[in-house]
Design a protein around this ligand. Structure first.
Ligand SMILES: Cc1cc2nc3c(=O)[nH]c(=O)nc-3n(C[C@H](O)[C@H](O)[C@H](O)COP(=O)(O)OP(=O)(O)OC[C@H]3O[C@@H](n4cnc5c(N)ncnc54)[C@H](O)[C@@H]3O)c2cc1C
Length: 520
């Protein structure tokens, strides 16, 4: 290493300035004397935030991210000043559509575990006992998460048998298998709970049971949105990090992770410059990190199973997103849109069937089969009226190729699908929507792939199938000494936690005592 390189050497390099990278870098800055143990965050784009961003189109501010559980403990830990709005009354509505008759049934989901439970038991008395059992059991299982360790010792594993029996019993179950144990027969109740599986962008028949149970319980404790456009959140994380003396390189793409003698040494950035470090934490698509930046051969030499796992891991789906700037004539509040999410769905096994099509590389949406989320950011932020229409699952399929080789066709396809989804929203939720649209901005999987650097444009990183979740997930600690990948997150909360967990690993449990969840 040259003298110059030695002088510029960091203790930690973090690749990727999304929420996971910001959390990793900031947690480091909070726990080290940064002058002695410097940290560098490297981001390929001109701004941090990754998938959590806001952008302006003809005076309208659009957000990507939409809803959060209660993250106040983490926000306090990071020392951020952020204002959140909690959705009162209901935080979600499900519009259950019968496409044959066009009949629509609206189900409102309130926050608060007991309120929610009582509402369901009253509404579906024939399943009241089963609903209580399901919710009580699931709550207890969710709370066991706080006793889980990320890298448990042998003694801790033995202890888990007593402290986390429900998690252990259900660890290998899909949500469908888990749910079916409780004997709930009311199709509408099933519909409500299945929505939490679909939140993970995996259908109930595939998703690991603990994922929807965590989403359900954390949202019952409160559903929130930032009062400012969502980009405020990464901006505040970045500001805090820089104020603590952390360093940031924007517009800089990491091309290679340098490994020598089974130990990470640093990174090589576009243009060939090398920056050395004792630790590297990569927060970009794990397949890209491991296959492209490190090289699978390097990993295979050290740990065949880990290398195989990287190959086998399935990434989560991408999305199709439509942001609409609207005229003041639409009474968004009057239509009840001041809540976290509205789901318009044909119900039954809609999401399973959409996912089957997705897996076959097709788009399964049709007049008889749709599952559409509608969100209204402007009622929280106070910006010019807008809504977001968000769909999963949507595969990268031909989108990327089309955008490159035939932009006209790409735009045609984009518009065709946007029209399809806008029509559904107009029909079932916002009358006269179309004539009040002033600005349309459409994102496809190609947009997400380009923006995040994930070749599949995956929204939620690795998909939480039962064979890649909990104990079976691709480990954060890679076989290369000093190299970590705290990916496998599910949304912003998981990303924040991932950044803290990886620091906890590096500095021997000094932050979270090895726990999976942070408790102040
Ligand atoms: C449309 C949409 C809506 C969503 N809605 C919600 C929601 O309502 N609630 C929720 O909790 N979550 C939501 N999510 C998911 C959430 O935004 C993500 O889980 C989270 O932001 C991922 O953060 P990350 O840092 O792990 O990854 P990313 O955000 O993908 O960040 C990775 C960063 O690495 C950078 N990068 C990539 N390659 C390189 C390289 N070689 N060198 C340097 N930098 C590189 C990228 O530019 C990017 O900034 C949504 C996502 C999308 C796309």
């Amino acid at each position: 290493m040259s003298q110059e390189a030695e002088k510029n050497k960091k203790t930690l390099i973090v690749i990727g300035g999304g929420i996971t990278g910001l959390s990793t870098a900031l947690t480091w800055a909070l726990n080290h004397n940064i002058k002695k143990e410097p940290v560098l965050l490297i981001e390929k784009e001109p701004k941090t935030g990754g998938y959590v961003t806001s952008y302006e189109r003809e005076g309208f501010i659009f957000d990507t991210c939409q809803m959060l559980p209660n993250i106040s403990e983490l926000v306090d830990y990071f020392g951020l000043e952020l204002e959140f709005k909690a959705f009162k009354g209901y935080y979600m509505r499900i519009f259950l559509v019968n496409p044959e008759t066009d009949e629509v049934k609206v189900i409102e989901l309130p926050s608060g575990t007991e309120v929610f439970k009582n509402m369901l038991m009253k509404k579906y008395p024939q399943n009241a006992k089963q609903i209580r059992k399901f919710l009580d059991y699931s709550r207890a299982m969710y709370l066991e998460l706080f006793k889980l360790k990320i890298e448990p010792t042998f003694i801790e594993i033995l202890k888990l048998l007593f402290t986390c029996p429900k998690i252990i019993r259900n660890a290998s179950k899909t949500f469908k298998e888990y749910f079916d144990q409780f004997g709930i027969t009311e199709p509408e109740v099933k519909e409500i709970f299945d929505v939490f599986a679909d939140f993970s962008a995996l259908p109930p028949k595939y998703v690991s049971a603990l994922v929807p149970i965590s989403a359900l319980n954390s949202l019952l404790d409160g559903a929130f949105r930032t009062k400012e456009p969502f980009i405020d959140f990464p901006k505040k994380l970045e500001e805090r990090y820089l104020n603590l003396g952390g360093k940031l390189l924007l517009n800089t793409k990491v091309e290679k992770i340098i490994v020598e003698n089974d130990q990470v040494r640093g990174v090589e950035i576009a243009g060939g410059k090398k920056i050395y470090a004792d630790y590297v934490v990569t927060t970009i698509d794990p397949k890209v990190s491991m296959k492209k930046l490190v090289g699978l051969d390097v990993i295979r030499k050290l740990d065949k199973k880990y290398a195989q796992k990287i190959d086998d891991v399935k990434m989560s789906t991408s999305a199709f997103n439509i942001n609409l700037g609207l005229s003041e004539n639409v009474d968004l509040a009057g239509l009840g849109l001041d809540c976290g999410f509205n789901i318009i769905t044909t119900g039954g096994n809609t999401y399973d069937r959409l996912f089957d099509a997705y897996e076959a590389g097709e788009i399964g949406f049709s007049d008889n089969l749709f599952h559409i989320a509608v969100i209204c950011p402007s009622l929280t932020t106070g910006s010019k009226p807008n809504i977001t229409i968000h769909m999963t699952p949507m595969a990268l399929g031909e989108w990327k190729k089309m955008r490159k080789s035939d932009p006209e066709k790409y735009n045609e396809m984009k518009q065709k699908w946007a029209d399809f989804f806008i029509d559904k929203v107009e029909k079932y939720l916002i009358p006269d929507l179309r004539k009040n649209v002033l600005v349309t901005d459409i994102s496809t999987p190609a947009t997400y792939a380009r923006f995040s650097g994930s070749p599949t444009g995956s929204l939620f990183d690795m998909a939480p199938y039962t064979d890649n979740f909990g104990r079976t997930r691709l480990k954060m600690r890679t076989p290369i000494k000093g190299l970590f990948q705290p990916k496998f997150v599910h949304g912003v909360f998981g990303c924040l936690l991932g950044g803290m967990q990886v620091n906890d690993m590096i500095i021997n449990r000094k932050i979270m005592n090895g726990n999976a969840r942070f408790k102040a």
